[in-house]
Design a protein around this ligand. Structure first.
Ligand code: NAP
Length: 320
């Protein structure tokens, strides 16, 4: 969307920062942190040797390590950017190596489960400040990232009760330096909000694309040929990373099931309106939903351009 970063910081927020998991989000962070001078030195770690080699070829960091304790030993801040299902194992691996007062943050799309898993594992001298940037694309891997991914997007911080105010301020400074707007909220509330704005929409997209793929009296080539009728936009979301999204649903079970229950009730009501020929009911709902889209455009979270404004290469969406 042609978003631009502001001027780089004159003084970095961190001396040494480690990113674990150099995929779409990790590599976007590395690029943005480098560009904005947020850390003097960036260390990159990943369990996938190909991802690490690619990160090195792209020059995303200053040092690269497959060994997690070695990657964090000098870090003032460690950001976990692997799928959320990997966080507990990563936390156990890095805990003994963390420097006194090190900040541990993450970018996971769910927050209560991440805190429940990481808080008991990390040493008392470390500061846990979880974060979730509400920005992304359906791509994965170190090549997919770009420095402006977080510009004018929200990053939600969910510090646990009693979190160190100085550590929270530093994590906020990091996100603001790379163009994000920061909001602080409780982890449980975050999970409920994201269940309806991100997780359930992804589930619906996965479901409708799966249903279309399984149809018998409509061929797959017809589904693809006539996809511009609306289906195409669901396929973009349903192309999102399978590992990441499996972990999201397994770790935000309660909030997703709660929102899915409401969704099913509303879908049943719509079914009834169609069966009964309730045109007024349908029209009234469609008019209300159109207003929500106009509100999103007005808040700068989408452009009013046709085709959902997603013709450009850096059109951040959909967000996990
Ligand atoms: P991604 O592109 O698939 O990258 C994840 C990277 O982490 C991969 O290189 C993966 O290696 C690596 N990894 C997996 N397990 C690891 C471990 N135990 N130790 C070290 N590295 C490990 O994923 P992503 O889209 O950047 O998502 C990363 C995180 O960001 C997730 O927690 C997700 O919930 C969150 N998030 C995503 C979006 C989005 O739209 N994509 C938006 C906001 C937040 P392998 O390929 O070998 O597994």
């Amino acid at each position: 969307m042609g978003e631009r970063l502001g001027p780089p910081l004159s003084d970095p927020v961190f001396e040494d920062l480690t990113i674990i998991g150099i995929g779409l989000i990790g590599s976007s962070l590395a690029r943005a942190i480098r560009k904005q001078n947020v850390a003097r030195r960036i260390v990159i770690a990943d369990s996938a040797p190909e991802a690490l080699a690619r990160a090195e070829a792209l020059g995303l960091g200053d040092a690269y390590a497959a060994d997690l304790p070695a990657a964090v030993v000098d870090a003032d801040c460690v950001i976990l950017c692997a799928p959320v299902g990997a966080n507990a194992a990563i936390g156990r691996a890095i805990a003994p190596a963390l420097k006194r007062g090190a900040i541990v943050s993450d970018v996971g799309s769910v927050k209560s489960a991440v805190i429940a898993e990481l808080a008991p594992i990390l040493p008392a001298h470390a500061h846990l400040v979880p974060a979730h940037p509400v920005a992304g694309t359906e791509q994965s891997g170190p090549d997919a990232g770009f420095a402006t991914l977080f510009v004018n997007r929200w990053s939600i911080l969910t510090p646990p009760d009693g979190a160190d105010a100085g550590a929270v301020a530093k994590v906020r400074a990091l996100w603001e330096a790379i163009g994000a707007n920061v909001e602080v909220m409780g982890a449980a509330h975050h999970d409920l909000v994201l269940a309806i704005t991100s997780h359930v929409p992804h589930l619906i997209a996965y479901n409708i694309v799966g249903t279309a793929a399984d149809l018998e009296d409509v061929t797959q080539s017809e589904v693809m040929k006539f996809s511009a009728g609306g289906f195409r936009d669901f396929t973009r979301i349903a192309a999102s990373d399978p590992t990441m999204w499996r972990d999201v649903f397994l770790h935000n079970k309660e909030a997703v099931l709660e929102m899915l229950g409401r969704f099913s009730e509303d879908l049943t009501a719509l079914q009834r309106m169609i069966r009964r020929g309730d045109g007024d009911g349908l029209f009234e709902l469609f008019a209300r939903t159109r207003a929500i889209r106009l509100g999103i455009v007005a808040q700068g979270q989408e452009t009013a351009a046709p085709d959902f404004g997603r013709r450009g290469p850096d059109s951040g969406s959909p967000a996990g």
